[in-house]
Design a binder for this molecule. Sequence first.
Ligand SMILES: NC(=O)c1ccc[n+]([C@@H]2O[C@H](COP(=O)([O-])OP(=O)(O)OC[C@H]3O[C@@H](n4cnc5c(N)ncnc54)[C@H](OP(=O)(O)O)[C@@H]3O)[C@@H](O)[C@H]2O)c1
Length: 393
Amino acid sequence: MKGVTILGATGSIGMSTLDVLRRHPERYRVVGLSANTEVERLAELCRMHHPQYAVMADARAAEQLRERLRKIDGGIEVLAGAAGLEIIAAHPDAAQVMAAIVGAAGLVPALAAVRAGKRLLLANKEALVMSGRIFMDEVRLHKAELLPVDSEHNAILQCLPILDGKALHELGVKRILLTASGGPFRAMPLEELHGVTPEQACAHPNWDMGRKISVDSATMMNKGLEVIEASWLFAVPPEQIQVVIHPQSVVHSMVEYVDGSILAQMGSPDMRTPIAYALAWPERIAAGVQRLNLFDVARLDFSAPDLVRFPCLRLAYEAMARGGTATTVLNAANEVAVQAFLDERLAFTAIPEVVEAALIEVPSRAASSLEVILDEDARARQWTQELIARRAA
Ligand SMILES: NC(=O)c1ccc[n+]([C@@H]2O[C@H](COP(=O)([O-])OP(=O)(O)OC[C@H]3O[C@@H](n4cnc5c(N)ncnc54)[C@H](OP(=O)(O)O)[C@@H]3O)[C@@H](O)[C@H]2O)c1
C-alpha cells in the first residue's frame, strides 16, 4: 500500500488522479489532499477518499472546511496555508506526491516533496520553468524520483529506455519531437484573434483542462513552457526539441534516434494514462481510459508551428536563450496576463505583447537561489500588473 498526497486535488489533474487511485484500492491510499478556495469540493473529496490530512491554502477556507468536516467521522486533520502544503508534501506516510497546483504557487510545495526524497509526479510545469536548474539539483541531492505527468513528457519517458543516469545522446537520441494540438485557434483568421473571449479560449478541442492551461494552450505558451520543461527534465538543449503541430492529439510526443527510428507514444487524449504511468512506473496499471480505435482516428497530420500566429512560443525560446531568471519572468508575466484576460481586462492578442514587454523591461539575473527566483517572480508580477493597469487607463 503506497500513500499518495495530491497537491491541487480539486483541479482537473487532481480529480483525474483520484479517479485512477480509486480503481486500485489495494495499491494506494490517500494521505493528503489540498485545494485553494474550493471548500465544498474538497469536503466532498474528503468524504469519498478519507485522507489523513486536508489542506486549504487559503486560511479562511480552512476554517470553513474544518466546520464542514466536523460532521464526518474519520478524524481528518485540516491544515492551512503554505505551511500546511509543505507538511503534507513531505509527510513520511506519503511515498508519492502529485504536484498539481496550477502556476507559481506550486513551486515551494513541490520542492518540499523533492527535499523529502519522494516520488514526485510533476504536473505543475511552472515549477521547472521558474527554477529548472535549482529544482533538478535538489532532485539529485535528495535522491527524489521525478516522473513527468504532462502528457508530452510522459510520452517521451515512455519512448526512452530506463535512463540509469545516462545522457540522452549516450542512448542514441537525436531529438525530441514535442507534439501540440495547436489549440482552438489554429485556423482562425488572424484578424479575428483580437476578439476571442475567455469561453472560446477555454474550449479546447481535444483536452478538458483547468482555465489557465487552456488559455496557455490557445496562445501556445503552454508548448513554450513545455519546451523549457523538457529541456530541464531530459537535459537536452532547446535546439534538439522540435515542436510538431498534430491536431488529432493522438501521438503525445516522439523520440527520434540516430539510426532513423522515431518512437511515438499514442493513446486517447486522457490525462489518466500519464497519471497511471507515473504512479506505477515502471509497471503499468489500468487507468479507466477509453481504448484508442485506430480505424476511427484514420489519419494523423503533422505540420510546423506558425510563430507569427503564436508569438508566445517564440518568446519561450527567447527566454531560454537568455537564461538566468528570464524564464521566471516569462512565467510570472504570462500568469498575470492570462488572469487579466480571463477577467476580461486584457485582449487575447495582448497576452504575448505584455509578456514580451516584461521580458525586455524586467532585467534577468543569475538564478542563483530559490530566494532570487521568488523575488524575481514577485517583481515581474508587479511590473506586469502595472503595465496592464497603464494600458487600461
Ligand atoms: N489539466 C490538464 O490536463 C493538465 C495537463 C498537463 C499539465 N497540467 C498542469 O497541471 C497543473 C494543474 O492544472 P489543472 O488543469 O489541473 O488546474 P486547475 O483545474 O485549475 O486546478 C488547480 C488546482 O490548484 C489549486 N490552486 C490554485 N491556486 C492555488 C494556490 N494559490 N495555492 C494552492 N493551491 C492552488 C486549485 O484549488 P481550488 O480548486 O481551490 O482553486 C486546484 O486544486 C498546471 O500546472 C497545469 O499546467 C494540466
